[in-house]
Design a protein around this ligand. Sequence first.
Ligand code: SF4
Length: 386
Amino acid sequence: MVNLPPPPILKHRPPRACYIHVPFCSHRCGYCDFTLIARRPDLVDDYLTALEIEISSLGSPQEVDTLFLGGGTPTFLTADQLRRLFDILLKWFRLAPGYEWSIEANPTGLTDDKLEVLEASGVNRVSLGVQTFDSELLKLLERDHDETIAVDAIHRLLARFSNVSIDLIFGIPGQSLPHWLGTIDKATQLGVQHISTYGLTFEAGTTFWSRLSKGQLQQIPDSLEREMYEAVMDRLPTSGYSQYEISNFARPGFESRHNQVYWKADSFFGFGPGAAAFVNGIRRTNHRSVTTWIKRTLTGQNAAGESEQLDREGSAREAVMVGFRQSQGISLSRFKDRYGIDLPTLAGPEFDKLVADGLLEVSDGHVRLTREGRCVANRVIVEFMG
Ligand code: SF4
Protein backbone atom coordinates (compact mmCIF):
# COMPACT_ATOMS: atom_id res chain seq x y z
CA MET A 1 0.00 0.00 0.00
CA VAL A 2 1.36 3.42 -0.97
CA ASN A 3 1.27 6.12 1.67
CA LEU A 4 0.29 9.30 -0.10
CA PRO A 5 1.27 12.58 1.56
CA PRO A 6 -1.70 14.56 2.87
CA PRO A 7 -2.87 17.34 0.54
CA PRO A 8 -1.41 20.74 1.42
CA ILE A 9 -3.46 22.95 3.72
CA LEU A 10 -5.57 25.27 1.61
CA LYS A 11 -4.33 28.75 2.39
CA HIS A 12 -6.41 31.81 1.59
CA ARG A 13 -4.51 35.02 1.16
CA PRO A 14 -5.87 38.02 3.09
CA PRO A 15 -8.16 40.17 0.93
CA ARG A 16 -6.63 42.96 -1.12
CA ALA A 17 -9.96 43.94 -2.68
CA CYS A 18 -13.16 45.38 -1.30
CA TYR A 19 -16.71 45.63 -2.67
CA ILE A 20 -19.17 48.17 -1.27
CA HIS A 21 -22.84 47.83 -2.22
CA VAL A 22 -24.73 51.11 -2.55
CA PRO A 23 -28.36 50.05 -2.88
CA PHE A 24 -30.17 53.15 -4.11
CA CYS A 25 -31.81 53.94 -7.44
CA SER A 26 -34.25 56.56 -8.65
CA HIS A 27 -36.61 53.75 -9.74
CA ARG A 28 -36.39 50.03 -10.46
CA CYS A 29 -35.86 49.14 -14.14
CA GLY A 30 -38.14 46.45 -15.51
CA TYR A 31 -35.49 43.74 -15.84
CA CYS A 32 -33.53 44.43 -12.65
CA ASP A 33 -33.41 42.04 -9.69
CA PHE A 34 -30.40 43.57 -7.93
CA THR A 35 -30.40 44.37 -4.23
CA LEU A 36 -31.71 47.91 -4.08
CA ILE A 37 -34.39 50.21 -2.81
CA ALA A 38 -35.92 52.75 -5.20
CA ARG A 39 -36.99 56.31 -4.44
CA ARG A 40 -35.78 56.31 -0.83
CA PRO A 41 -33.23 59.13 -0.51
CA ASP A 42 -34.42 59.45 3.10
CA LEU A 43 -32.60 56.20 3.93
CA VAL A 44 -29.17 57.23 2.67
CA ASP A 45 -27.91 58.77 5.92
CA ASP A 46 -28.92 55.72 7.98
CA TYR A 47 -27.31 53.50 5.33
CA LEU A 48 -24.03 55.43 5.64
CA THR A 49 -24.10 55.17 9.42
CA ALA A 50 -24.77 51.42 9.18
CA LEU A 51 -22.05 51.00 6.57
CA GLU A 52 -19.48 52.62 8.82
CA ILE A 53 -20.53 50.33 11.70
CA GLU A 54 -20.20 47.27 9.47
CA ILE A 55 -16.83 48.30 8.04
CA SER A 56 -15.47 49.11 11.51
CA SER A 57 -15.76 45.36 12.26
CA LEU A 58 -12.41 45.21 10.42
CA GLY A 59 -10.84 46.52 13.63
CA SER A 60 -8.07 48.40 11.88
CA PRO A 61 -7.56 50.04 8.46
CA GLN A 62 -6.72 47.61 5.67
CA GLU A 63 -4.62 48.15 2.58
CA VAL A 64 -6.37 47.21 -0.67
CA ASP A 65 -5.38 47.19 -4.33
CA THR A 66 -8.94 47.57 -5.57
CA LEU A 67 -12.08 49.17 -4.25
CA PHE A 68 -15.36 48.76 -6.13
CA LEU A 69 -18.56 50.63 -5.39
CA GLY A 70 -21.48 48.93 -7.06
CA GLY A 71 -25.22 49.15 -6.86
CA GLY A 72 -27.86 50.17 -7.31
CA THR A 73 -26.59 53.52 -8.40
CA PRO A 74 -23.83 54.85 -6.13
CA THR A 75 -24.12 58.23 -7.84
CA PHE A 76 -27.75 58.44 -6.68
CA LEU A 77 -26.18 59.91 -3.51
CA THR A 78 -25.80 63.68 -3.38
CA ALA A 79 -22.33 65.21 -3.64
CA ASP A 80 -22.29 65.69 0.15
CA GLN A 81 -23.36 62.10 0.78
CA LEU A 82 -20.70 60.85 -1.62
CA ARG A 83 -18.14 62.91 0.32
CA ARG A 84 -19.29 61.30 3.57
CA LEU A 85 -19.15 57.83 1.99
CA PHE A 86 -15.62 58.41 0.69
CA ASP A 87 -14.48 59.76 4.07
CA ILE A 88 -15.64 56.49 5.65
CA LEU A 89 -13.89 54.41 3.00
CA LEU A 90 -10.65 56.33 3.14
CA LYS A 91 -10.63 56.03 6.94
CA TRP A 92 -10.83 52.23 6.75
CA PHE A 93 -9.00 51.43 3.52
CA ARG A 94 -5.51 52.48 2.53
CA LEU A 95 -5.23 52.47 -1.24
CA ALA A 96 -2.04 50.71 -2.32
CA PRO A 97 0.17 52.39 -4.92
CA GLY A 98 -1.30 51.79 -8.38
CA TYR A 99 -4.74 51.09 -6.89
CA GLU A 100 -7.93 50.78 -8.93
CA TRP A 101 -11.00 52.48 -7.44
CA SER A 102 -14.14 51.91 -9.48
CA ILE A 103 -17.62 53.28 -9.08
CA GLU A 104 -20.77 52.38 -10.95
CA ALA A 105 -22.83 55.29 -12.21
CA ASN A 106 -25.88 55.97 -14.32
CA PRO A 107 -26.17 58.74 -16.91
CA THR A 108 -29.15 60.48 -15.30
CA GLY A 109 -28.23 62.73 -12.40
CA LEU A 110 -24.49 62.43 -12.99
CA THR A 111 -23.90 66.09 -12.22
CA ASP A 112 -20.57 67.88 -12.41
CA ASP A 113 -20.48 68.47 -8.65
CA LYS A 114 -20.65 64.68 -8.10
CA LEU A 115 -17.95 64.09 -10.71
CA GLU A 116 -15.76 66.63 -8.94
CA VAL A 117 -16.15 64.73 -5.64
CA LEU A 118 -15.29 61.44 -7.36
CA GLU A 119 -12.21 62.87 -9.01
CA ALA A 120 -11.01 64.74 -5.93
CA SER A 121 -11.41 61.66 -3.72
CA GLY A 122 -9.28 59.43 -5.94
CA VAL A 123 -11.84 57.41 -7.90
CA ASN A 124 -10.03 56.42 -11.08
CA ARG A 125 -12.48 54.17 -12.94
CA VAL A 126 -16.16 54.77 -13.70
CA SER A 127 -18.50 52.12 -15.03
CA LEU A 128 -21.56 53.66 -16.65
CA GLY A 129 -24.86 51.82 -17.17
CA VAL A 130 -25.67 52.81 -20.75
CA GLN A 131 -27.26 49.52 -21.98
CA THR A 132 -28.16 50.89 -25.44
CA PHE A 133 -28.05 54.20 -27.28
CA ASP A 134 -31.54 53.70 -28.72
CA SER A 135 -34.02 55.90 -26.86
CA GLU A 136 -36.98 53.62 -27.72
CA LEU A 137 -35.22 50.51 -26.42
CA LEU A 138 -34.17 52.46 -23.32
CA LYS A 139 -37.85 53.22 -22.70
CA LEU A 140 -38.68 49.54 -23.13
CA LEU A 141 -35.98 48.67 -20.55
CA GLU A 142 -37.61 51.30 -18.29
CA ARG A 143 -34.35 53.22 -18.02
CA ASP A 144 -34.59 56.91 -17.17
CA HIS A 145 -32.01 58.20 -19.65
CA ASP A 146 -32.05 58.63 -23.41
CA GLU A 147 -29.31 58.61 -26.02
CA THR A 148 -28.45 62.31 -25.58
CA ILE A 149 -28.08 62.00 -21.81
CA ALA A 150 -25.93 58.84 -22.20
CA VAL A 151 -23.59 60.35 -24.78
CA ASP A 152 -23.23 63.56 -22.79
CA ALA A 153 -22.38 61.58 -19.64
CA ILE A 154 -19.72 59.58 -21.51
CA HIS A 155 -18.11 62.75 -22.88
CA ARG A 156 -18.03 64.35 -19.43
CA LEU A 157 -16.57 61.20 -17.86
CA LEU A 158 -13.87 60.88 -20.51
CA ALA A 159 -12.90 64.50 -19.90
CA ARG A 160 -12.07 63.66 -16.27
CA PHE A 161 -11.20 59.95 -16.08
CA SER A 162 -8.78 57.90 -18.14
CA ASN A 163 -10.61 54.64 -17.44
CA VAL A 164 -14.29 54.64 -18.41
CA SER A 165 -16.32 51.50 -18.91
CA ILE A 166 -19.84 51.15 -20.23
CA ASP A 167 -22.37 48.33 -19.90
CA LEU A 168 -24.37 47.33 -22.96
CA ILE A 169 -27.26 44.85 -23.22
CA PHE A 170 -28.11 42.67 -26.20
CA GLY A 171 -31.14 40.49 -26.80
CA ILE A 172 -33.61 43.29 -26.03
CA PRO A 173 -37.07 42.54 -27.53
CA GLY A 174 -37.24 44.31 -30.88
CA GLN A 175 -33.43 44.66 -31.23
CA SER A 176 -31.99 43.41 -34.53
CA LEU A 177 -28.46 42.27 -35.31
CA PRO A 178 -27.60 45.37 -37.42
CA HIS A 179 -28.97 47.53 -34.63
CA TRP A 180 -26.74 45.76 -32.08
CA LEU A 181 -23.71 46.18 -34.32
CA GLY A 182 -24.52 49.90 -34.56
CA THR A 183 -24.58 50.08 -30.75
CA ILE A 184 -21.17 48.44 -30.48
CA ASP A 185 -19.71 50.76 -33.13
CA LYS A 186 -21.07 53.83 -31.41
CA ALA A 187 -19.50 52.73 -28.12
CA THR A 188 -16.09 52.27 -29.73
CA GLN A 189 -16.32 55.60 -31.58
CA LEU A 190 -17.00 57.38 -28.31
CA GLY A 191 -13.60 56.12 -27.13
CA VAL A 192 -14.39 54.36 -23.84
CA GLN A 193 -11.63 52.10 -22.56
CA HIS A 194 -13.75 49.14 -21.46
CA ILE A 195 -17.04 47.59 -22.58
CA SER A 196 -19.14 44.97 -20.76
CA THR A 197 -21.88 43.25 -22.76
CA TYR A 198 -24.68 41.20 -21.25
CA GLY A 199 -27.53 39.22 -22.76
CA LEU A 200 -30.88 40.39 -21.34
CA THR A 201 -32.24 37.94 -18.80
CA PHE A 202 -35.78 37.69 -17.50
CA GLU A 203 -35.49 37.07 -13.76
CA ALA A 204 -38.37 35.76 -11.68
CA GLY A 205 -39.95 38.55 -9.65
CA THR A 206 -39.15 41.36 -12.11
CA THR A 207 -41.83 43.21 -14.06
CA PHE A 208 -40.17 41.87 -17.23
CA TRP A 209 -40.80 38.35 -15.97
CA SER A 210 -44.50 38.99 -15.45
CA ARG A 211 -44.80 40.83 -18.78
CA LEU A 212 -43.16 37.84 -20.45
CA SER A 213 -45.56 35.41 -18.76
CA LYS A 214 -48.52 37.53 -19.86
CA GLY A 215 -47.25 37.62 -23.45
CA GLN A 216 -46.66 41.38 -23.33
CA LEU A 217 -42.95 40.91 -24.13
CA GLN A 218 -41.38 38.43 -26.52
CA GLN A 219 -37.87 37.07 -26.04
CA ILE A 220 -35.73 37.19 -29.15
CA PRO A 221 -34.90 33.74 -30.57
CA ASP A 222 -31.92 31.97 -28.95
CA SER A 223 -30.25 31.77 -32.37
CA LEU A 224 -30.36 35.57 -32.75
CA GLU A 225 -29.05 36.11 -29.22
CA ARG A 226 -26.16 33.82 -30.00
CA GLU A 227 -25.47 35.70 -33.26
CA MET A 228 -25.37 38.92 -31.25
CA TYR A 229 -22.87 37.44 -28.79
CA GLU A 230 -20.70 36.12 -31.60
CA ALA A 231 -20.93 39.49 -33.34
CA VAL A 232 -19.56 41.31 -30.32
CA MET A 233 -16.71 38.77 -30.00
CA ASP A 234 -15.84 39.48 -33.65
CA ARG A 235 -16.43 43.21 -33.72
CA LEU A 236 -14.78 44.60 -30.61
CA PRO A 237 -11.32 43.11 -31.20
CA THR A 238 -11.23 44.84 -34.60
CA SER A 239 -11.47 48.14 -32.73
CA GLY A 240 -8.71 47.27 -30.27
CA TYR A 241 -10.76 45.77 -27.44
CA SER A 242 -9.63 42.30 -26.37
CA GLN A 243 -12.07 39.88 -24.87
CA TYR A 244 -10.53 38.96 -21.53
CA GLU A 245 -13.66 37.46 -20.00
CA ILE A 246 -16.93 36.01 -21.25
CA SER A 247 -18.71 39.39 -21.08
CA ASN A 248 -15.84 41.87 -20.87
CA PHE A 249 -13.66 43.63 -23.43
CA ALA A 250 -10.90 46.14 -22.80
CA ARG A 251 -8.24 48.17 -24.49
CA PRO A 252 -4.78 46.96 -23.43
CA GLY A 253 -4.15 47.69 -19.75
CA PHE A 254 -7.77 48.53 -18.94
CA GLU A 255 -8.98 45.11 -17.82
CA SER A 256 -10.91 45.41 -14.55
CA ARG A 257 -8.49 44.39 -11.82
CA HIS A 258 -11.22 44.16 -9.22
CA ASN A 259 -13.34 41.70 -11.19
CA GLN A 260 -10.28 39.58 -11.85
CA VAL A 261 -10.09 39.00 -8.10
CA TYR A 262 -13.49 37.26 -8.33
CA TRP A 263 -12.53 35.24 -11.42
CA LYS A 264 -9.33 34.07 -9.77
CA ALA A 265 -11.33 33.00 -6.69
CA ASP A 266 -9.19 35.26 -4.49
CA SER A 267 -10.39 36.72 -1.19
CA PHE A 268 -12.29 39.99 -0.98
CA PHE A 269 -14.11 42.09 1.60
CA GLY A 270 -17.73 43.02 0.99
CA PHE A 271 -19.96 45.46 2.83
CA GLY A 272 -23.51 46.74 2.43
CA PRO A 273 -26.86 45.02 1.90
CA GLY A 274 -26.67 41.92 -0.29
CA ALA A 275 -22.87 42.22 -0.54
CA ALA A 276 -20.85 39.02 -0.71
CA ALA A 277 -17.46 38.64 0.95
CA PHE A 278 -14.89 35.85 0.78
CA VAL A 279 -12.47 35.93 3.71
CA ASN A 280 -10.47 32.99 5.17
CA GLY A 281 -12.38 30.54 2.98
CA ILE A 282 -15.75 31.69 4.34
CA ARG A 283 -18.26 33.02 1.86
CA ARG A 284 -20.68 35.42 3.52
CA THR A 285 -23.63 37.16 1.89
CA ASN A 286 -25.37 39.99 3.67
CA HIS A 287 -29.11 40.25 4.08
CA ARG A 288 -30.65 41.38 0.80
CA SER A 289 -33.36 43.58 2.26
CA VAL A 290 -31.95 47.09 2.49
CA THR A 291 -34.17 48.10 5.40
CA THR A 292 -33.47 44.87 7.32
CA TRP A 293 -29.72 45.23 6.77
CA ILE A 294 -29.83 48.86 7.99
CA LYS A 295 -31.99 48.01 11.01
CA ARG A 296 -29.92 44.99 12.05
CA THR A 297 -26.62 46.79 11.63
CA LEU A 298 -27.75 49.88 13.52
CA THR A 299 -29.02 47.75 16.42
CA GLY A 300 -25.87 45.64 16.66
CA GLN A 301 -27.44 42.47 15.23
CA ASN A 302 -25.88 40.16 12.67
CA ALA A 303 -26.77 41.43 9.19
CA ALA A 304 -25.34 38.43 7.33
CA GLY A 305 -28.00 36.47 5.48
CA GLU A 306 -25.92 33.34 5.01
CA SER A 307 -22.36 32.16 5.33
CA GLU A 308 -20.62 29.00 4.24
CA GLN A 309 -17.17 27.56 4.90
CA LEU A 310 -16.04 26.01 1.65
CA ASP A 311 -14.07 22.78 1.92
CA ARG A 312 -11.18 22.03 -0.41
CA GLU A 313 -13.34 20.39 -3.06
CA GLY A 314 -16.04 23.07 -2.83
CA SER A 315 -13.36 25.75 -3.21
CA ALA A 316 -11.89 23.95 -6.22
CA ARG A 317 -15.27 23.61 -7.94
CA GLU A 318 -16.04 27.26 -7.30
CA ALA A 319 -12.65 28.27 -8.70
CA VAL A 320 -13.52 26.41 -11.91
CA MET A 321 -16.89 28.09 -12.12
CA VAL A 322 -15.41 31.58 -11.98
CA GLY A 323 -12.05 30.80 -13.59
CA PHE A 324 -13.49 29.55 -16.86
CA ARG A 325 -14.99 32.99 -17.37
CA GLN A 326 -11.48 34.30 -18.15
CA SER A 327 -10.27 34.05 -21.73
CA GLN A 328 -6.86 32.88 -20.49
CA GLY A 329 -8.58 30.02 -18.67
CA ILE A 330 -7.15 28.29 -15.62
CA SER A 331 -3.52 27.30 -15.06
CA LEU A 332 -3.45 23.55 -14.46
CA SER A 333 -0.33 23.67 -12.31
CA ARG A 334 -1.50 26.60 -10.17
CA PHE A 335 -4.85 24.91 -9.69
CA LYS A 336 -3.16 21.69 -8.53
CA ASP A 337 -0.83 23.62 -6.21
CA ARG A 338 -3.67 25.57 -4.66
CA TYR A 339 -6.34 22.88 -4.29
CA GLY A 340 -4.34 19.67 -4.39
CA ILE A 341 -6.71 18.38 -7.08
CA ASP A 342 -6.16 17.84 -10.80
CA LEU A 343 -8.70 20.07 -12.49
CA PRO A 344 -9.80 17.49 -15.11
CA THR A 345 -10.71 14.99 -12.38
CA LEU A 346 -13.49 17.31 -11.19
CA ALA A 347 -15.39 16.56 -14.40
CA GLY A 348 -14.38 12.88 -14.55
CA PRO A 349 -14.68 11.23 -17.97
CA GLU A 350 -16.72 14.19 -19.22
CA PHE A 351 -13.53 16.27 -19.38
CA ASP A 352 -12.17 14.43 -22.41
CA LYS A 353 -15.57 14.61 -24.07
CA LEU A 354 -15.75 18.38 -23.56
CA VAL A 355 -12.32 18.67 -25.20
CA ALA A 356 -13.30 16.27 -28.01
CA ASP A 357 -16.53 18.21 -28.59
CA GLY A 358 -14.52 21.41 -29.01
CA LEU A 359 -15.93 23.17 -25.94
CA LEU A 360 -12.69 23.15 -23.91
CA GLU A 361 -9.10 23.39 -25.07
CA VAL A 362 -5.88 22.60 -23.26
CA SER A 363 -2.75 24.48 -24.29
CA ASP A 364 0.17 26.35 -22.68
CA GLY A 365 -0.57 24.60 -19.39
CA HIS A 366 -4.03 26.17 -19.25
CA VAL A 367 -7.50 24.85 -19.82
CA ARG A 368 -10.02 27.27 -21.23
CA LEU A 369 -13.36 27.55 -22.97
CA THR A 370 -13.17 27.62 -26.74
CA ARG A 371 -15.20 30.19 -28.65
CA GLU A 372 -17.93 27.56 -29.00
CA GLY A 373 -17.58 26.80 -25.27
CA ARG A 374 -18.13 30.46 -24.35
CA CYS A 375 -21.49 30.33 -26.14
CA VAL A 376 -22.59 27.43 -23.93
CA ALA A 377 -20.49 28.21 -20.85
CA ASN A 378 -23.08 27.15 -18.28
CA ARG A 379 -23.43 23.76 -19.94
CA VAL A 380 -19.67 23.22 -19.69
CA ILE A 381 -19.25 24.51 -16.14
CA VAL A 382 -22.04 22.35 -14.76
CA GLU A 383 -19.93 19.25 -15.60
CA PHE A 384 -17.40 20.38 -12.96
CA MET A 385 -19.94 20.98 -10.23
CA GLY A 386 -20.14 17.35 -9.08
S1 SF4 B 1 -30.36 51.60 -12.71
FE1 SF4 B 1 -29.33 49.60 -12.68
S2 SF4 B 1 -29.36 48.92 -10.56
FE2 SF4 B 1 -30.85 50.60 -10.76
S3 SF4 B 1 -32.79 49.59 -11.13
FE3 SF4 B 1 -31.93 50.07 -13.12
S4 SF4 B 1 -30.75 48.23 -13.72
FE4 SF4 B 1 -31.18 48.09 -11.52
